[in-house]
Design a protein around this ligand. Sequence first.
Ligand code: RTP
Ligand code: MG
Length: 154
Amino acid sequence: ILRSPQALQLTLALIKPDAVAHPLILEILSNKFLIVRMRELLWRKEDCQKFYREHEGRFFYQRLVEFMASGPIRAYILAHKDAIQLWRTVMGPTRVFRARHVAPDSIRGSFGLTDTRNTTHGSDSVVSASREIAAFFPDFSEQRWYEEEEPQLR
Ligand code: RTP
Ligand code: MG
């Protein structure tokens, strides 16, 4: 495959605390995407607040921040053609009721518990993907990765 953002788009995926060790989710993810980077970490509350700042003031904000800091999470950089949209389709709709009805085979449709404990997160645009990748992988350079001859997979 040609190494270009058109051929191989990057997205940030998070596995939330309710699903962090779920073997089926990890299997789906690694079967469908090229895993460029992965790290498991504990988020501080301040990190969650910063990451979700666009939702500050919404009724679920406090609960979301508390939940995301409640246990280990996994952050992935995933590569695929149209990775952003593909990962969002694989996750399914945010709302668990909708996910179960509209996309019962999606990750959220299969394993989501509530609208907050809904297993995964995915970047929603090229701009947020870059911002979110940089937030979790500050040493990662998208430009350098695209220029590399051989994929540096870790
Ligand atoms: P995500 O960020 O997970 O990819 O999903 P999204 O863009 O489709 O969802 P958005 O509306 O941006 O919501 C951001 C996060 O807030 C959580 N949430 N909890 N009623 C609730 O408790 C509630 N509503 C939304 C979602 O889990 C989502 O991660
Ligand atoms: Mg969102």
